[in-house]
Design a protein around this ligand. Structure first.
Ligand SMILES: Cc1ncc(COP(=O)(O)O)c(C=O)c1O
Length: 429
C-alpha cells in the first residue's frame, strides 16, 4: 500500500462516510460489487461479442457477459440486453448511430428543462452530427406535450428521447408513444436516473411503450459505473435488424474492448436488484425524497428534488452548493425551469436520496437532513449574484472563502459528521 493513490482513496472514503451525499445520480455500491470491479477480469481483452470474439481465451468472459445480459433481460422484462457500453453517454451515442443517419432529426428534452447532453444539447455529438430539436417543460415544470407534439409534427424526428436528469416528476411513457407514432419516430427511453425505481416497481416501466431503453448502471440501480442498452419486443418488431445495428454501433462503431470487470460488477448489482430487498430500497428512496422535498417546501415523485432558491435571492445556486459543502452536504447547483439568472450561474440546486437511503436512512432522518439544509441556506441570504457579468467570477471566489470561514456552517458540519458517521458505508471501515 505504498502508492500515494491509496492515501487519497482513504481521504475520499472519509468524505463519503462523514458527509451526506445527495447528488441524485450517485450511490454506494455493495462490497460484492466493489469486489467484482476490482477483480482480475480487468486483465482480459474481448473485442466482439460472446461466441464471436477477436481474441482467444474468452470462454469465461463469454459466460460472464451472457449471464449479465440474462439478468438484465429478467429484471426489466426485455428480449435483448447489451452490456458493453462504457457509460451512459456512449450507450446513447450507439443507439443514435443505430437508429439515425448523420444529419437526421433527433428530439430530446432541453438541458435547461432537465434533459441530458446526449439528447440533443449544444456542443454534444447529438447536435453536432445530427439535427437536434429540443422540447421543454412548461410553467408548471412538467413536460409540455402540446409543444412536443407540435415540434414532432414540424420536424419529423427519426428518434425521440424520453429521459431526464433533473426532473422531479414521474414520466408518462404512453403520451410519448402516441406522439412518436404520429410521426413514425423510434422512441427511446433513457432511464439512467430512474432505473432502480423501475426495477424496484415504484415507477412505471417503459417496456410496453418504447422501442429501445438505455440506462446507466451506477445511479438508482446501485451498480458500478457503466451502462446497458435494451431492445423491447416493440423495437424488434419495428426493426428486425435492430440487434445487428446496435452491435455494429458499439463495435466497430465507437468502442474497442469491453470492460469485463465492469460487466461482472454490473451482473452482481443486477443479482442484488432482483432480490425482494431491492424493492424495499426503491420504495424507501422515493418515500425519503417525498419527505425531504416536503420539508424543503417543494414536491418530488421520484428520487430527486429540484429546489428553486429564488426565495433566498438572485442567482444563488453556486453559493448554496458551497454553503452546503462547507456544512458536510454534497449537492449540485442546477438551473431551474425558466432560469431567471444564467445557465452558468443558476438559481437552484439538485439533490436526492438514493445514496442516503443505501446507508439505511429513513423518513425521520430526512427531517433532520432538511433541517441542516435549511440552516445552511440561511447563510446565503444577501449573497446575490452580481447583475454585471464581468464581476461574477471574482465575486464567487470571495463568497467561497467567506463561506469557508462561517462559524454557523462549521457548527452544522460537526452535527452532520456525528450523524453521518453512524450509518455504515459498504467497503469503508
Ligand atoms: C439521463 C442520463 N443519460 C445519460 C447520462 C450519461 O451517463 P454517463 O455520465 O455515464 O456518460 C446521464 C448522466 O448523468 C443521465 O442522467
Amino acid at each position: 500500500m505504498s502508492s500515494r493513490v491509496f492515501k487519497l482513496i482513504s481521504e475520499e472514503a472519509h468524505r463519503q462516510k462523514y458527509g451526506l451525499e445527495m447528488i441524485p445520480s450517485e450511490n454506494y455500491v455493495s462490497a460484492n460489487v466493489l469486489k467484482a470491479l476490482g477483480s482480475i477480469l480487468t486483465n482480459k481483452y474481448s473485442e466482439g461479442f460472446p461466441g464471436r470474439r477477436y481474441y482467444g481465451g474468452n470462454e469465461v468472459i463469454d459466460k460472464i457477459e451472457n449471464y449479465a445480459s440474462d439478468l438484465a433481460k429478467k429484471l426489466f422484462g426485455v428480449p435483448l440486453a447489451f452490456m458493453q457500453s462504457y457509460s451512459g453517454s456512449p450507450a446513447n451515442m450507439a443507439v443514435t448511430m443505430a437508429v439515425c443517419q448523420p444529419g437526421e432529426v433527433v428530439m430530446g428534452l432541453a438541458l435547461s428543462s432537465g434533459g441530458h447532453l446526449t439528447h440533443g444539447a449544444h456542443l454534444n455529438f447529438s447536435s453536432i452530427f445530427y439535427k437536434a430539436v429540443n422540447y421543454s417543460v412548461g410553467k408548471d415544470w412538467k413536460i409540455d406535450f402540446v409543444e412536443l407534439e407540435k415540434l414532432a409534427k414540424k420536424h419529423k424526428p427519426k428518434l425521440i428521447w424520453v429521459g431526464t436528469t433533473a426532473y422531479p416528476y414521474k414520466l408518462e411513457y404512453k403520451k410519448f408513444r402516441k406522439i412518436a407514432d404520429l410521426v413514425g419516430a423510434t422512441l427511446v427511453a433513457d432511464i439512467a436516473h430512474i432505473a432502480g425505481l423501475i426495477a424496484g416497481g415504484v415507477h412505471e416501466s417503459p417496456v410496453k411503450y418504447v422501442d429501445i431503453i438505455t440506462t446507466t448502471t451506477h445511479k438508482t440501480l446501485r451498480g458500478p459505473r457503466g451502462a446497458m442498452i435494451m431492445v423491447t419486443s416493440l423495437g424488434l418488431k419495428r426493426d428486425p435488424e435492430m440487434k445487428a445495428k446496435i452491435e455494429r454501433a458499439i463495435i466497430p462503431g465507437i468502442q474497442g474492448g469491453p470492460h469485463n470487470h465492469q460487466t461482472a460488477a454490473i451482473a452482481v448489482s443486477l443479482e442484488e436488484a432482483l432480490k425482494p430487498s431491492f424493492k424495499r430500497y426503491a420504495a424507501q428512496v422515493v418515500s425519503n425524497a417525498k419527505v425531504l422535498a416536503k420539508e424543503l417546501g417543494t414536491i418530488s415523485e421520484v428520487h430527486l428534488i429540484l429546489l428553486s432558491l429564488t426565495n433566498y435571492g438572485y442567482g444563488l445556486g453556486y453559493q448554496a452548493q458551497y454553503a452546503l459543502e462547507e456544512a458536510g452536504m454534497t449537492v449540485n447547483k442546477n438551473t431551474i425551469p425558466g432560469e431567471p439568472a444564467s445557465p452558468f450561474y443558476p438559481s437552484g440546486i439538485r439533490l436526492g436520496t438514493p445514496a442516503l437511503t443505501s446507508r439505511g436512512m429513513k423518513e425521520k432522518d430526512m427531517v433532520k437532513v432538511a433541517g441542516w439544509i435549511k440552516r445552511a441556506l440561511e447563510e446565503i441570504r444577501g449573497l446575490d449574484l452580481p447583475k454585471e457579468q464581468e464581476k461574477r467570477k471574482d465575486f464567487l471566489k470571495e463568497i467561497k472563502e467567506k463561506l469557508h470561514k462561517s462559524i454557523n456552517l462549521k457548527k452544522i458540519r460537526k452535527e452532520v459528521e456525528a450523524f453521518a458517521g453512524k450509518f455504515p458505508v459498504p467497503g469503508i471501515q
